[in-house]
Design a protein around this ligand. Structure first.
Ligand code: ADP
Ligand code: MG
Length: 309
């Protein structure tokens, strides 16, 4: 018997917006690719799986940007930046996938639901070959935004047990405009799975001395990964997060940002309680207060991601 896929399932596989998937049956380009009308059923609307698979190959995007936020320090805004930037890109209409590689905490996963809800449908299940990557991509409450939950069970893999390029290889079978990877705060295997999959790295930095100290080893790790295993990886830049008004900090920011030996971006994310409130209520600020000065600053980062600096 032929297998059919719902709109949501087709959407995930094709990496297209919901309205585009609804319109496939009227799209002359689709007819041209298949050499006939696409086969679909009306109620509930669904498409023949074989047709969607053919379209996936033919419509494949070749320029997916895979972004990672990395810092060998916790609490600097990696997860917040992953979520807010992902939400903004999705709001702009880009098909965007978030991946939670910080398996010790899975904070990004918690932004979408409780960990036990995702049992059997996480990145771990792809790595242990129980699921395909398409099967662990979840639709989020935001249009065009998808996510792959992390799992503490990823820690079951002993150091070096999986290839460092494992995530990169799995992602080759997906079709998104942007993939954003949230990395752990320390160097472990997941750090390397992420850095080897990424094409661009961004480093969030809190303007304090201890945070600044860790930058060097972070950049070195990116450079070594680039030299040894992932020539596509580029360090796009550093940006300040949680900047607070006050002279010492303001001076420190001025000092660090004027250090031209490091690729500082002209992005200074302010410290705002609304970030904490929004996340406590299961939202991103980009969803509930898109005109805030915090999101204005995240928009500058998104501009860099879209157009370079
Ligand atoms: P990391 O992923 O680097 O550990 P998080 O993004 O989880 O850091 O941020 C750490 C904490 O700081 C979280 O509680 C988060 O809600 C909060 N936070 C992040 N960015 C801001 C900000 N701009 N203003 C205020 N609080 C923030
Ligand atoms: Mg985090």
């Amino acid at each position: 018997m032929s297998k059919y896929l719902t709109i949501a399932e087709s959407q995930k596989i094709l990496g297209l917006s919901k309205s585009k998937v609804y319109e496939l049956k009227n799209d002359p380009h689709v007819k041209e690719i298949l050499g006939r009308d696409i086969i679909w059923e009306k109620n509930p609307e669904r498409y023949l799986e074989d047709d969607i698979i053919i379209l996936k190959e033919k419509l494949k995007r070749h320029n997916t940007k895979i972004i990672c936020f990395t810092a060998f320090k916790g609490g600097v805004g990696k997860t917040t930046s992953s979520g807010e930037v992902g939400a903004i890109l999705a709001q702009k209409g880009y098909q965007t996938l978030l991946i939670d590689l910080d398996y010790t905490q899975c904070n990004l996963t918690s932004d979408f639901g409780e960990e036990d809800e995702f049992e059997g449908k996480t990145l771990y299940d792809v790595f242990r070959m129980a699921k395909t990557i398409d099967e662990v991509i979840h639709n989020s409450r935001i249009d065009n935004l998808y996510y792959i939950p992390g799992s503490i069970r990823l820690s079951e893999y002993q150091a070096g047990q999986l290839k460092r390029t494992i995530l990169k290889e799995k992602l080759e079978k997906t079709n998104f405009d942007f993939i954003i990877i949230d990395l752990p705060p320390s160097i472990n295997d997941a750090t390397f799975w992420g850095l080897n999959a990424a094409t661009e790295a961004y480093i969030p930095v809190i303007p304090d001395k201890y945070s600044l100290k860790g930058i060097e080893s972070n950049i070195m790790t990116i450079n070594i990964t680039k030299e040894q295993t992932n020539p596509k990886l580029q360090l796009k830049g550093l940006f300040v997060t949680m900047a607070q008004k006050g002279t010492t900090v303001a001076e420190l920011i001025k000092e660090v940002v004027s250090d031209k030996s490091l690729p500082w971006l002209n992005v200074i994310i302010p410290r705002r309680q609304e970030v904490v409130n929004a996340r406590n209520n299961g939202h991103f600020v980009a969803e509930i207060n898109p005109n805030s000065d915090l999101i204005k600053e995240y928009n500058k980062l998104v501009e860099v991601i879209l157009n370079g600096r």
